[in-house]
Ligand binder design. Structure first.
Ligand code: AP5
Ligand code: ZN
Length: 217
């Protein structure tokens, strides 16, 4: 299955993507995680992305689309994928369609996670992620690790993302409304959107997502 996950910052895209990718046996491709890995490795791409991310803005499409395309090729898009955080504006959605069209492939579903803004703010304020693997995500209240500050999966150190400050989160939400939300209408026109409420416990949201995806791929 080829799936796009969309939703505001802190909606739980990364958290759900980990379970869905496992249930569906497809790779989880997160542009945010790829950028953070590049930053921690000190690559040229990471240097280009950092200032945009710290300010809560989108990294330019030229950089993002190339990176996402390389990652999809590496994963062998024909076998399916779960995209998390990409596409993030209509230009990126068009670029993705063109990439898939070249291979005579299509998306199967766009899963839209709905969460009220006050909940998103709480989720982001308490989020901690793993330094060794950004896909290992925790929360100081909702999803605590067994040992404080240490990743259950790999023992990595947990830290708070630099772009999770209150001011940057406000900016990211604004960017979501102006730039990313329009892709929902873009995909509705293709009949691909399944909207679910993500205001529930993590495993309940996964079940809702799996039900919404049934019969779509
Ligand atoms: P990115 O890393 O994609 O961030 P985001 O979209 O803002 O999403 P988040 O990672 O903040 O949240 P999430 O929805 O994954 O929630 P999570 O599962 O962690 O992007 C960061 C930046 O990179 C962008 O601002 C931009 O600069 C750049 N970028 C990335 N992609 C780009 C692109 N395509 N184009 C241009 N620029 C791009 O959950 C949040 C917290 O809530 C966690 O603590 C979790 O434990 C907790 N939680 C999750 N689910 C639940 C639940 N059901 N109940 C209670 N708590 C929950
Ligand atoms: Zn870890």
């Amino acid at each position: 299955m080829r799936i796009v996950l969309v939703g505001p910052p802190g909606a739980g895209k990364g958290t759900q993507a980990a379970f869905l990718a496992q249930n569906l046996s497809i790779p989880h491709i997160s542009t945010g995680d790829l950028f953070r890995a590049n930053i921690s490795q000190g690559t040229e791409l990471g240097k280009q992305a950092k200032a945009y991310m710290d300010a809560g803005n989108l990294v330019p499409d030229e950089v993002t689309v190339g990176m996402a395309k390389d990652r999809m090729e590496q994963a062998d898009a024909e076998n399916g994928f779960l995209l998390d955080g990409f596409p993030r504006n209509v230009a990126q959605a068009e670029a993705l369609d063109a990439i898939l069209e070249q291979k005579s492939l299509k998306l199967d579903a766009v899963l839209d996670l709905e969460v009220p803004e006050d909940e998103v703010v709480k989720r982001i304020a308490g989020r901690r992620i793993c330094r060794s693997n950004g896909a290992h995500v925790y929360h100081v209240v909702y999803n605590q690790p067994e040992t404080e500050g240490v990743c259950d999966v790999c023992g990595g150190e947990l830290y708070q993302r630099e772009d999770d400050s209150e001011e940057t989160v406000r900016k990211r939400l604004e960017v979501y409304h102006t730039e990313t939300e329009p892709i929902i209408d873009y995909y509705k026109a293709q009949g691909l959107v399944a909207t679910i409420s993500a205001l529930a416990k993590v495993d309940e949201v996964t079940e809702r997502a799996m039900r919404a995806l049934q019969g779509r791929g």
